[in-house]
Design a protein around this ligand. Sequence first.
Ligand SMILES: [Zn+2]
Length: 197
Amino acid sequence: MSEFLAAIPFYPALYASSREDEQIDMLVLHYTDGPSLDECVAIFRDPDRRVSCHYIVGLDGTLLQMVRDEDCAWHCGTSSWRGREGCNRRSLGIEIVNWGRLKKENGSFFCWPEDFSTPYGGPSPIAAEGDWWTPYPAGQVEQVVSLSGHLVERYKIPLDNVVRHSDIAPDRKIDPGPAFPWVEFKASMAGVIAGRW
Ligand SMILES: [Zn+2]
């Protein structure tokens, strides 16, 4: 394991299960739909939510692991990719702290809790695809690139299997959304792979 991965602190989520002999060959990016790393940790420690993910990247780039790579985290839900149903057992998941889609009303922005009546107090939203979105700080994106690069390298994940939650559950999910620099991110992963696998 790289020193980068070995240095990430671990705090266990409540829910994880066996990969049942499936090999890791996918990486899935998410946003948290929430304000902070602590809030995401609380969700993954909530017995009623029954969700989890391997890694979280905070707004300031702080990294935390909550499910071991060798275990299956509960982050994809109903999903399919390239003709195979269910992506949890074969994937690693990264949650990126981000409020996601915002609503603009009377000149003010709101985030989704309480049906988009919760005032938004984060960095200036950006417009894309007919909606408003929370920007990803550059330092946070850098950490997502670094973490993903180390994981892609370690598990020899094919570039085509580096995906967004919205790619594998397009009817249900929109994360990580258009504010995430997906094209640049994929180019970085292509650089890591460099035709080696
Ligand atoms: Zn997601």
